[in-house]
Ligand binder design. Structure first.
Ligand code: ATP
Ligand code: MG
Length: 363
């Protein structure tokens, strides 16, 4: 049935191949459990098949066929994941405004897919750059013009009760992207997906990953002492905040999510543009009920994309007309200065030292 089978990735639980369907010549991806996988892993793959069958959305990976006896399935083939794009954006040192434009365009389809899932009572529970896949729209591997689809639905779940929450027997998802209530009480909801989405916004915008280089157990141990079931942020005094900082100051990257949760805005990285900054903060509120919904996140992104497109068009218009009127040698020299002197600051940047990057493993 398949030809040209080649390995994409061997993970801790499963292995993913690319292949071509002989009859139709369609390129596909095949996901199957590792040899000798235990029943828990097989259940995760079965869960992913179940969800992929239920969900149908242009920004969610589409299932082609599944083999329940082998616990394997075939989906459309993508070109990579957002984790890889973070690295590329970093290497290419894009001007910040261009990076932010790309990031808004990459995040919008993620918010569309999650809005659809949430409206249909499904939650993802493992949103992170590694689980959002892309495909080049015009087969140009240097372009950021890509189709985006969320995948890896192994931890997905359906919300059944009135509370909107699902309590899991085990921790699910990925420590670095976990909402506080999930870390503390293994509670998952639409709001916990929103929290992980906020961290995705942060990671894509700053190219810094939350808690990089810190072990999952350290993250959870760090979270627990500071969490109560329903935290009221107004209870945190300046002294509380100073205490947290004094205790954990050495973990500068590691403590980001808490600094953001505690709304210590001075610690927020300077290079976030205001719209993505407040989007991430509104998603990462420590109290689930204070977080925005995925539908609001989606609307915010749509509005900002439209606003920035208008601003760019208006700027291009005014630049064109002023060039027509005032072309002079001086203006030409000044306009090329930024290109000739790459050290010309585009905007204030206080980028923290970035530790070595490696992808974050799900449980
Ligand atoms: N359909 C696909 N097309 C292209 N690449 C894919 C596809 N599915 C998965 N991949 C690649 O393989 C990686 C692992 O896939 P996936 O997240 O589904 O597996 P996993 O075993 O659950 O991995 P992990 O435990 O690391 O999350 C993805 O991050 C992506 O880079
Ligand atoms: Mg994955």
């Amino acid at each position: 049935m398949f030809e040209k089978i080649s390995l994409i990735m061997k993970g801790s639980r499963s292995v993913i191949y690319s292949a071509i369907i002989k009859q139709t010549q369609q390129p596909v991806a095949i996901k199957m459990p590792l040899e000798n996988a235990d029943p828990t892993i097989l259940k995760l793959i079965d869960r992913e098949i179940f969800l992929l069958k239920k969900l149908s959305h242009q920004n969610i990976l589409s299932l082609i066929t599944a083999d329940p006896t082998e616990h394997s399935f075939v989906t459309e083939l993508m070109d990579g994941d957002l984790f890889g794009l973070i690295d590329r954006m970093d290497e290419e040192s894009l001007p910040l405004k261009e990076r932010w434009r790309i990031v808004r365009n990459l995040l919008l389809p993620v918010s569309e897919a999650l809005t659809y899932m949430h409206q249909n009572k499904y939650i993802h529970r493992d949103i992170k750059p590694e689980n959002v896949f892309f495909r080049y729209s015009n087969s140009d591997p240097l372009s950021f013009d890509v189709e985006v689809k969320i995948g890896d639905l192994e931890h997905g779940a359906m919300i059944t009760g009135q509370s909107g929450r699902v309590r899991s027997k085990h921790l699910r998802g990925t420590a670095q992207y976990l909402a506080p209530e999930s870390a503390k009480n293994k509670l998952y909801s639409r709001e916990s997906d929103v929290y992980s989405f906020g961290l995705l916004v942060y990671a894509m915008t700053t190219l810094n990953l939350p808690y990089q280089g810190i072990k999952p157990t350290q993250i959870i141990n760090f979270i627990l002492p500071y969490l109560h079931d329903e935290i009221d942020i107004s209870n945190f005094t300046v002294a509380d905040r100073e205490h947290i900082e004094a205790e954990h100051g050495e973990f500068s990257d590691f403590s980001w999510t808490f600094l953001c949760s505690y709304q210590l805005s001075p610690f927020w990285v300077d290079e976030m543009p205001p719209d993505l900054d407040s989007l991430a903060k509104n998603c990462c509120q420590i109290c689930p009920k204070n977080r925005i919904t995925m539908a609001t996140a989606r609307e915010t992104l749509m509005t900002e994309i439209a606003r920035n497109t208008e601003l760019t068009a208006a700027k291009e218009d005014s630049e064109t007309s002023s060039t027509e009127l005032h072309v002079s040698a001086k203006a030409l020299i000044e306009s090329t200065h930024g290109f000739l002197n790459p050290s010309t600051p585009q905007t204030k940047s206080t980028e923290p030292l970035r530790p070595l990057r490696c992808n974050a493993a799900s449980w």
